[in-house]
Design a binder for this molecule. Structure first.
Ligand code: NAP
Length: 326
């Protein structure tokens, strides 16, 4: 089976897990006859790797609360106390295995969302070696390479919604659609402290604003108003609860600096992924704007993370909720 078919299988699993998330405490899925992409969920007994249905052409994904034992091609730690195991007798090649390893954790977001009663956040953006996401004038196209761009579109396809801040809307006007890969279009969200002046309603696009911005002239369609916090900002948790209530379990947060920082500071980035490009910007816009720390101990430091080469850069991926508090 080629990489495209594995990608289609991942998308199909995502749909299946999302559909079952509200009812499942754990998730065991089985794909058999990969060529016809015939999928169904199996019972616990059926999905044991030792079961005789584990035939040549089968792929088993199980989610367990114990580190999985026995033969497996790959094991993934989903979060503290939850593991997924990919058992494959269908000779996954290295390319397909890489695809599964990279995207499998996102597939399980719906299950974690049901536990937390909020959408989960995957934040991905590109930065320079010296930690800048744009030049001083706001130019950021493109810090990442083509491989990272395709990866970003895969992330959009695997998430229910994608969010950027008003600053990014004004500077980059990103379309926030899936164009470079196959996959569903996410809900597109702009986070704005002030009603954007040049807003044209578009399909699938919502502007999220604090309640105090609402007046009789504000169009109600496409706008969602939230009770602001003491500083007048929309609390990130309110956005995630609103998404959850609408059945959207995975949010892709693409930036920019101030928006990503407000999620980081409220400890609401579940997976933080930074593409680090071989580039130095110098006096640019840093990835995060956090309070000034006197001591290094006060700075968020991640305990569970990986570095991997992707295209021309390095991908840093960390579990945001295992950092020390900001
Ligand atoms: N390298 C990358 O991958 C990447 C990705 C994305 C963006 N960028 C770059 O990042 C730069 C923009 O970053 P930025 O920090 O200036 O802007 P930003 O984070 O995109 O947007 C900041 C604005 O979003 C609104 N906002 C953020 N948090 C809010 C909250 N909790 N409640 C209400 N409103 C909130 C506010 O809008 P109001 O102004 O309406 O109050 C705020 O001024 C651009 O240069 C862009 O190119 C780079």
């Amino acid at each position: 089976m080629d990489k495209l078919n594995h990608w289609r299988l991942l998308l199909a699993f995502r749909q299946m897990i999302k559909r079952k998330a509200a009812r499942a405490a754990a998730c065991r899925l089985w794909a058999f006859d990969l060529r016809s992409k015939h999928l169904r969920a199996f019972s616990e007994e059926e999905s044991k790797p030792s079961n005789k249905r584990s035939t040549e052409n089968s792929l088993l994904i199980g989610l367990d609360t114990e580190p999985p034992q026995g033969p497996a091609l790959a094991r993934f730690r989903i979060e503290q106390g939850a593991y997924a195991v990919l058992c494959d007798q269908a000779r996954l090649g290295p390319e397909a295995l890489e695809l599964w390893k990279r995207y499998l954790p996102l597939l399980f977001f719906p299950l974690q969302a049901v536990q937390k009663k909020r959408a989960l956040v995957f934040s991905h953006f590109a930065q320079s070696l010296d930690g800048c996401v744009a030049t001083h004038s706001g130019d950021s196209k493109w810090i990442g390479d083509r491989e990272n761009l395709i990866h970003a579109h895969r992330l959009r396809a695997l998430c229910d919604a994608v969010l950027v801040g008003h600053g990014t809307v004004k500077t980059d006007a990103p379309r926030l659609t899936v164009r470079h890969v196959e996959g569903p279009q996410p809900l597109r969200l702009w986070l704005c402290g002030n009603i954007p002046s040049a807003f044209k309603p578009e399909e699938n696009l919502h502007v999220l604003c604090p309640q105090n911005q609402q007046n009789e002239k504000t169009p109600t369609k496409n706008f969602v108003f939230f009770e602001p916090d003491k500083k007048g900002y929309v609390p990130p948790l309110s956005i995630l609860q609103w998404l959850y209530d609408k059945g959207h379990y995975a949010l892709l947060l693409e930036g920019g600096q101030r928006t990503a920082s407000s999620f980081l500071q409220t400890n609401l980035i579940d997976i933080l992924q930074l593409y680090i490009a071989p580039l130095i910007i110098g006096e640019g816009l840093s990835a995060f704007a956090l309070p000034k720390f006197e001591k290094l101990q006060q700075a968020p430091r991640f305990s569970t993370y990986t570095f991997e080469q992707i295209g021309e850069g390095i991908m840093f991926t960390a579990r945001g909720n295992e950092q020390s508090q900001v």
